[in-house]
Design a protein around this ligand. Structure first.
Ligand code: SAH
Length: 473
């Protein structure tokens, strides 16, 4: 085969960026736009020894799992990769991805994985689930300000103020910002020249409280700000309006300078504990309140976060007597969930301001048995383990929870966890490949997997969370 040759191929799987995957004459091909179950005509674009890339020329027989996407721009926008696939099939593929990684990278047998994996936890209605949106602002060819999303892997903005994953209020907020810009001749920021003012609009909503926060990321000073405030403050639920100054020529959205220009500096949200053993995962009656600022990290899908945390809590098996380490704790959400049911919780997080939020959140919820430390998990944990005068509870916790970023846990962190010999380890992961790698190390070090379950935090994207319960052999 050579470049530009056309050939028929059946798509059987989906890759890390949502691209279709199929086999042709012993080679694996990646085809953007192809969905599992499609039979397509493909044109080779790049050929390597054992694999290649191809473009979708024509769908010959569409996949029985194809559905009409709700969003008119879902195929151009970089946000959703698999909205054209039925939700049931999305869940099935995510579950399969977890199982395959555990087998291929973790070395666990397919039978073992099947036996220990519970059905993936999906959403009831997989739309309008995101509590946070960051819209880039730009200028169209007529000079009008636009808000929208970056097309996949680029920085060109596709105008769209009505994203089907976000809160329904986003649209009126964006329209208010755009009309304020038009009427006051306020230019959007231009990434190439570094000129112009409005860079991004960040919107957050506490889904349980209904409180809304808008933060304009700007390259300088905001003129006629009362005209902006006038428009936004009338929107039901509006609680906080702020500006964030970012004058750097960078891809990083937020700068460090933040000013509240109307209302409160933060909004709050409530996370309920759910019973993960019962159908429909009903509330248990327990809940926690969190304050959120424009700069703090907070899980983006509140409904699924409740299920994810409740599952982690169930796997931790707490009775009130335990000591718990929560590594990679962010603003202490999992730590505080655990603190309600444990004797003592220790949280570790690399970002200092997140730990400030964690301490504030503990106070607001009247929790006094959670302590938080700033630092790298792979440094803080060994320091405590090797330090003198640390309590037995600290050195030999009953439970360790980890929720690392995509790259997984550092070896020094894993080896200290093994030395601490907790009865149970709960691993919350947003990347099942690094999860599988780390589980292999933990299982070789004296633990066995008791349960595995996927949670779909990001419907219509290819991402999936996994929670694993490990016990000491
Ligand atoms: N459990 C939290 C946060 C999970 S995201 C929640 O559910 O909200 C992962 C967190 O790990 C982030 O807050 C990130 O800042 C933090 N992190 C990244 N590398 C780290 C490291 N080496 N040590 C400790 N924390 C780290």
């Amino acid at each position: 085969m050579k470049k530009n040759d056309e050939f028929e191929i059946e798509i059987t799987d989906i890759g890390n960026d949502g691209e279709g995957i199929g086999k042709h004459e012993g080679m694996t091909f990646f085809v953007k736009g192809g969905l599992p179950g499609d039979r397509i005509l493909a044109g080779a674009t790049k050929l390597k020894k054992t694999y290649g890339y191809a473009r979708l020329v024509k769908v010959l027989t569409p996949s029985p799992f194809r559905v009409a996407p709700l969003c008119p721009i879902s195929e151009k926008c970089g946000g959703c990769q698999i909205q054209s696939l039925s939700y049931k099939k999305q869940l099935e593929l995510k579950e399969r991805k977890i199982a395959e990684n555990l087998t291929r990278i973790g070395g666990f047998s397919p039978e073992f994985v099947k036996e220990h994996m519970d059905t993936i936890v999906g959403m009831e209605i997989p739309f309008h689930y995101r509590n946070k949106a960051q819209y880039p602002i730009g200028t169209d060819k007529n000079g009008q300000p636009i808000a929208g999303f970056y097309a996949g892997r680029t920085h060109s903005i596709i105008p769209n103020t009505n994203c089907f994953l976000g809160a329904e209020e986003n649209e009126i907020i964006l329209k208010a910002v755009l009309s304020y810009m038009e009427e006051n001749n306020i230019p959007a920021y231009d990434e190439i020249t570094g000129k112009g003012l409005i860079r991004h609009v960040l919107i957050r909503k506490g889904f349980t409280t209904g409180e809304i926060m808008v933060c304009l990321v700007i390259n300088g000073r905001l003129p006629a700000k009362e005209k902006l405030v006038d428009r936004l403050m009338k929107i039901p639920g509006m609680k906080s309006i702020s500006v964030n100054i970012n004058t750097e020529n960078t891809n990083v959205i937020m700068g460090s300078e933040l000013h509240t220009i109307w209302g409160e500096p933060t909004i709050s949200d409530v996370i309920h504990v759910r019973d993960m053993q019962k159908d429909g995962f009903p509330f248990t009656g327990d809940s926690l309140t969190f304050i959120i600022s424009p700069l703090s990290f907070y899980q983006v899908n509140p409904e699924q976060t409740e299920k994810l945390y409740s599952l982690a809590l169930e796997y931790a098996g707490l009775t009130g007597k335990e000591s718990v380490w929560d590594l990679y704790c962010g603003i202490g959400t999992i730590s505080l969930f655990m603190a309600r049911k444990a004797k003592q919780v220790y949280g570790v997080e690399i970002v200092g301001p997140a730990i400030d939020d964690a301490k504030e959140n503990a106070k607001r919820n009247g929790i006094t048995n959670a302590e938080f430390f700033v630092g790298k998990a792979e440094e803080v944990l060994p320091e405590f383990y090797e330090g003198k005068n640390n309590s037995y509870e600290m050195l030999y916790p009953d439970v360790i929870v980890v929720d690392p970023p995509r790259k997984g846990c550092d070896e020094a962190c894993l080896s200290t966890m093994l030395k601490m010999q907790p009865d149970r380890i709960v691993y919350v992961s947003c990347d099942s490949a690094t999860l599988a790698r780390d589980l292999k190390i933990l299982c070789e070090g004296g633990y066995r997997i008791k349960k595995i379950r996927g949670v779909d935090q990001f419907s219509h994207t290819v991402h999936v969370e996994t929670v694993v319960c490990l016990v000491r052999k």
